[in-house]
Design a protein. Structure first.
Length: 534
């Protein structure tokens, strides 16, 4: 137990150092963590790190999926449901079949084992690509499609994965039964996810205590994931559905205090989970290589290269027809959604890196079949999965910025961000106006003297003036707003310094100091949002 705790602390220290290096090098931390993990396995005397499959599928995956789905815009997800579905369902099915065929005809694996390998390596991981795509300022729609695919493809892949495991273990497989079960799982998980989202939102509204609400939010992904997973489904689709339901309805049912604390809690939790998982992924290298015997090194390298190339090319082969053929066949679709330039599907195809879910599924392959025999080719499948993750995550991930620049898509989303910023300040202006109108109504209804509401009126008039300066096309007005924000930041810094002096001199106790610091932090965070330029 003590050794486990020491190892965990050491991993956290490595995570912090690597995250700092990733910021300095301007590459996704996930890529660097995998490489550092592999490098650490070469150190003599380092204990072998092995991650239990149950931890990955039952403990790690639910919060990752839930957090991403809550952060997803339901409106944008629904608008892009067609391309997301073509990738999350169609591309996953196609990649699974193509990989199974290559594994059967070249590696000599049975069709069931080939399908198992295909299901494991078919779902892309969106963490590293999204980090790069946001930094390169790609168009918003590409980001939404990548994010939406990352939510839904895991469900499709894990359902196929369970069918393949059953086929290998039992030695029999029925296509008709599999299709019926697949559709039943989809419908059942969607309904269960909606029910969980509805129940947890009502519980949180009834509780109205931020710490309890955040605890309930932590329980939510497991409540959505575990029952369907126990009954033979994947649990991922139910978790995604619950997250999207809460994302759409949470604004009117979750208190502001809970949202402020929940954003920090979930951001920190996901940061730790993702970092540790990618680091441990690299640390798995030694045990994965040690588990392979009976094959020559050249055969393993050839097969790893083959499966990696098949997985990468399958996505390209699928995406271009899926993008353009529906528009060729439907004039109404062409009018509603014109064909994008060829660069858009290319960058979507190139971002198909593999990661956490593929490794978790590979490690979760049972050690024995239903008959008690060793699960056939388990170690080979795990090794090939790790190879695909390494090739796509590191190879494609590091090359992605150069590919985006070559395609001419770097900063292509700047105009969209400018429009979003303008819409934001229009909304700020309308909100300030609504507050001023309500203040006038309150003053008249309660017969309040003007002097008593002067400070409130001045505060909202200041907000209104700031928003109007920001949406004014005159660069001078915008520059004036930026100077005001810079001065306000200096004033906050001076106020914070004086508060700290009073605290050190013993003139201010801890609890009042924390309350004042929280107010200053909120004002500082508001300024940080305003300072973000499109």
């Amino acid at each position: 137990m003590i050794e486990t705790i020491r190892m965990l602390v050491a991993l956290l220290a490595v995570l912090a150092v690597v995250a700092l290096l990733a910021v300095r090098l301007k590459i996704p931390a996930s890529i660097l963590l995998v490489l550092v993990g592999i490098g650490l396995t070469l150190l003599p005397g380092l204990p072998t790190v092995q991650l239990a499959p149950e931890i990955m599928l039952l403990l790690v995956l639910p919060p990752l999926v839930y957090s991403a789905s809550v952060a997803m815009s339901w409106r944008e997800f629904r608008f892009n449901l067609r391309p997301i579905s073509l990738l999350a369902i169609g591309c996953v099915l196609f990649t699974t079949w193509v990989t199974a065929a290559a594994a059967h005809w070249v590696l000599g694996l049975s069709w069931s084992l080939g399908a198992l390998l295909g299901a494991i390596v078919s779902p892309p991981d969106s963490i590293a690509p999204l980090a790069i795509a946001r930094r390169m300022r790609l168009p918003r729609r590409i980001l939404v499609i990548l994010e939406g695919e990352g939510l839904a493809d895991d469900a499709t892949a894990l359902i196929l994965y369970r069918f393949a495991v059953v086929a290998v273990s039992a030695g029999a497989f029925s296509v008709r039964h599999a299709v019926g079960s697949f559709l039943g799982v989809l419908a059942g998980e969607v309904l269960w996810g909606i029910a969980v989202g509805w129940l947890m939102l009502r519980l949180r509204r009834w509780v109205r205590e931020p710490r309890v609400e955040i605890t309930l939010s932590l329980i939510t992904p497991y409540l959505a994931y575990w029952p369907p997973e126990h009954l033979g489904g994947s649990g991922v689709l139910a978790t995604v559905t619950a997250g999207l339901y809460i994302s759409w309805n949470g604004l009117r049912l979750i208190s502001a205090a809970t949202r402020l604390q929940g954003v920090f809690f979930w951001g920190f939790l996901i940061y730790l989970i993702e970092g540790l998982v990618f680091l441990v992924t690299g640390l798995q290298a030694r045990s994965l290589v040690a588990g392979i015997d009976g094959y020559s090194a050249w055969d393993l390298l050839d097969w790893a290269a083959l499966i990696s190339v098949v997985v990468i090319l399958a996505r390209f082969v699928w995406i271009y027809p899926a993008t353009y053929v529906p528009r060729w066949l439907s004039a109404s679709l062409r009018r509603r959604d014109p064909s994008p330039p060829w660069q858009f599907p290319f960058v979507l195809a190139f971002t198909g890196v593999r990661g956490v879910v593929s490794l978790a599924a590979a490690l979760a392959i049972p050690l024995t079949t239903d008959t008690g025999r060793a699960f056939p080719e388990r170690n080979l499948i795990v090794f090939l999965t790790f190879a695909v993750i390494l090739v796509t995550l590191v190879g494609q991930g590091l090359a992605l910025p150069a590919v985006i620049r070559w395609l001419g898509l770097a900063s292509a989303g700047d105009d969209e961000r400018t429009q979003e910023r303008e819409a934001e300040y229009h909304a700020r202006r309308e909100g300030a106006r609504a507050a001023l109108q309500r203040l006038e109504q309150i003053q008249q209804q309660q017969n309040i003297e003007s002097e008593q509401v002067r400070s409130l009126r001045q505060r909202h008039l200041g907000r209104l003036a700031h928003a109007e300066q920001r949406i004014d096309g005159d660069p001078m007005h915008r520059e004036l707003s930026r100077r005001e924000e810079a001065i306000e930041a200096l004033l906050i810094e001076a106020e914070r310094g004086r508060i700290n002096d009073l605290y050190r001199d013993g003139e201010l106790k801890d609890e009042p100091r924390r309350r004042i610091e929280r107010e200053l932090d909120l004002r500082d965070a508001q300024l940080e949002n305003l300072r973000e330029e499109p």
